[in-house]
Write a protein that binds this ligand. Structure first.
Ligand SMILES: [Zn+2]
Length: 339
């Protein structure tokens, strides 16, 4: 109990300091956080995880169609592609995608959008989610509404919230790169490609918040969807752990479940989504996840099974965590060895 009170006091003090140095106020956070709504998430997901996208397998027509939708949303919100890029795509050649597992994938693309920081534009916060899924098998479309349609649309809403804040004079101090990864289901290829071909130096990349499956609940939480698993936040940085905790305590009030943060957990989720390609390069990374369920990697992972209020709250936690990372005075300290 004492620890919790201490942490929230520190948080209030640190926000107080930030107020003096810029126009960004803690009072603004709920306003923008609440622009992330269950309704808008549902609108986006009903398109991204529709049959028309044919399960979004890497390099397929369906995936490209889903990618076009994402880009149309960034354009509608006037969120540009990043500085130094020529469009919203990071092209990944088939040779790279197929090298590891000897597969037969076509060329594919990560998709990126960018909000430039006002005070430390060269320091980059990455928020990531993969938009590929496993396609069509035996004539059945695997819509991947939770995996990872949920993270994909969360990213759209988080970007929109930051864009709204910027428009009203409360833009982030650091730059934010929104990265929709391809090739995750085939072996984290998109994030590996980005980490080997980063648009911004990895040394300037302050953290990655990765979102993969946040629209459902697992068996262990059958009685309540008011939770999210937090994985990896304390592996490299005690700051990142504290920032997630405080952002949650102050604004979102989910139960943060650290079960899968245990390095000995046999599921090894820490190694199984895109943040790992940042973490292995020493970048503090946190993975938000709802756990698996009966529809995981089944054609029944459909939009109608998504719990949109829970999805919104988890996306709001990613947003409030990102807000602090993008606006606090110093980047999160690296004081752990990741092991
Ligand atoms: Zn996934």
């Amino acid at each position: 109990m004492k620890k919790l009170i201490l942490l929230s006091t520190i948080f209030i003090l640190s926000i107080g300091c930030a107020c003096k140095k810029s126009t960004v106020s803690a009072l603004d956070i709920p306003k923008y956080m609440n622009s992330i709504t269950a309704e808008e998430l549902k609108t986006h997901l009903s398109i991204v995880a529709s049959d028309e996208m044919e399960g979004r397998d890497t390099g397929t027509k369906g995936q490209k169609k889903a990618g076009n939708y994402l880009i149309s949303q960034y354009k509608a919100n006037k969120i540009p592609f990043p500085k130094g890029a020529t469009n919203y795509y990071q092209n990944i050649p088939a040779a790279f995608l197929n090298a590891k597992r000897n597969e037969n994938l076509n060329d594919s693309e990560n998709i990126w959008a960018y909000i430039e920081g006002s005070e430390k534009p060269n320091e980059i916060l990455v928020i990531s989610a993969h938009y590929d899924h496993v396609g069509i098998k035996d004539g059945k479309i695997y819509n991947g509404a939770d995996d990872d349609g949920s993270g994909t649309v969360a990213l759209l809403e988080i970007a929109q919230a930051f864009a709204k804040a910027k428009k009203e004079g409360h833009g982030p101090k650091r730059s934010i790169l929104f990265l929709h990864m391809t090739g995750e289901e085939h072996g984290l290829h998109g994030s590996r490609y980005y980490s080997e071909n980063p648009l911004f130096p990895l040394a300037n990349t302050v953290a990655d918040i990765n979102i993969d499956m946040i629209g459902r609940r697992d068996e262990a939480h059958a009685n309540s969807n008011n939770y999210v698993y937090i994985i990896g936040s304390d592996y490299l940085s005690s700051d990142l752990y504290k920032i997630c905790e405080e952002a949650n305590q102050k604004y979102v009030h989910l139960n943060l479940d650290y079960k899968y943060n245990d390095r000995n957990d046999p599921n090894r989720f820490y190694y199984r989504s895109d943040h790992y390609n940042f973490a292995k390069n020493g970048i503090p990374s946190v993975f938000l996840f709802n756990g698996t369920h009966a529809d995981y990697h089944k054609p029944t992972d459909k939009v109608e099974k998504i719990e949109f209020e829970a999805l919104a709250k988890r996306a709001q936690l990613a947003f409030t965590t990102a807000w602090e990372l993008a606006n606090r005075e110093s980047r999160p300290v690296i004081d752990k060895d990741g092991k």
